[in-house]
Design a protein. Structure first.
Length: 311
């Protein structure tokens, strides 16, 4: 069965289908928050009616990069910081495929930060999950873009002099049409947010707080947490950009003061995705581009046939 004839298949889906038949032994440390992301995905995908053959998981380098080894979908393990361009290309080639990109805070907000910003700006219809543990975990404890100011590490033994990056605010400013934060210690919320992100048409960015008990003991477990949608202390409209800006600012300040706020922060259901914009101007084929590789009779278009000569 391929990603072509499986898409749209209506049948009962069990979460165990997303566990590899020969399940590899996870090499994540005991207590690692990455297990929470894996669990949330396994719970969310059947609820949105997706089979393993309908999903592609693209990962970068780092502890988070092992995700598609433990999740039975199509998978592509890219080089450091390059999960998003591969995910974007796959989605453009086969728009019916559900594409999920994943990376750590160093991979996504540092090395691949330029791809994150422009994927959000163009509103590609993919889900982007960033495992945010405020440290470079796989390479054993270097300061990352989200490490708090003053945090001591192998690369900053006297404490980081840098103000940490604000991923929620940056994502909104760049153009993400769905922005949320959840945490591994809140599995029910994590599953619901991942489900919403997958169902969203456009660039859905989930900042997923994943504790690192080995290399970032300062972050502890990201508890206690507060769900901003459930708490009476917070009241804002997720569809109102200005209110979202203010709530994100408060959330990002609170994290480094010991209060973990999570929830949905911004949702724009009206903005067309990149794919829809391309379809509107006639630059997307009616059938998935990837299917042409299986059609011997297709006549390939070349750029020199589509563009006028320079004179």
């Amino acid at each position: 069965m391929s990603a072509f004839n499986a898409i749209g298949e209506e049948r009962e889906i069990d979460r165990d289908e997303f566990t590899p038949g020969v399940e590899p032994q996870p090499t994540w440390c005991p207590g690692c928050g990455d297990f929470g992301v894996l669990k949330a995905l396994k719970q969310a995908l059947p609820e949105v009616g997706k089979t393993p053959e309908e999903v592609l998981t693209v990962t970068g380098i780092g502890c988070s990069g092992k995700l598609n080894s433990y999740l039975d979908t199509y998978g592509f393990h890219t080089i450091h910081g390059r999960a998003l361009p591969v995910a974007r290309a796959a989605k453009l080639a086969n728009t019916d495929l559900e594409v999920i990109a994943a990376g750590g805070d160093g991979d996504g907000y540092g090395i691949g930060g330029n791809h994150w910003i422009h994927s959000a700006r163009e509103n590609h219809d993919i889900t982007y999950i960033v495992f945010n543990n405020e440290i470079f975990g796989l390479t054993k404890g270097q300061t990352s873009p989200t490490s708090p100011k003053g945090h001591k590490s192998k690369t900053q033994p006297s404490g980081s002099a840098k103000t940490p990056l604000r991923p929620l605010s940056m994502s909104l400013n760049a153009g993400s049409s769905y922005v949320a934060r959840t945490a591994a210690v809140n599995p029910n919320q994590a599953k619901e947010i991942i489900k919403e992100a997958i169902e969203h048409d456009g660039f859905a960015h989930v900042d997923f707080l994943t504790q690192c008990p080995t290399w970032n003991k300062d972050a502890r477990q990201y508890v206690p947490y507060v769900d901003v949608q459930e708490s009476d202390d917070y009241d804002f409209d997720v569809t109102d950009r200005q209110e979202a800006v203010e709530m994100m600012h408060e959330t990002e300040n609170a994290l480094y003061e010991g209060t973990v706020l999570t929830g949905r922060y911004y949702v724009d259901e009206d903005r067309p995705s990149y794919q829809e914009e391309k379809e509107a101007v006639g630059e997307m084929p009616e059938e998935p581009l990837a299917e042409r590789y299986f059609d011997d009779d297709v006549e390939w278009e070349r750029s020199y046939d589509l563009l006028d000569r320079h004179t």
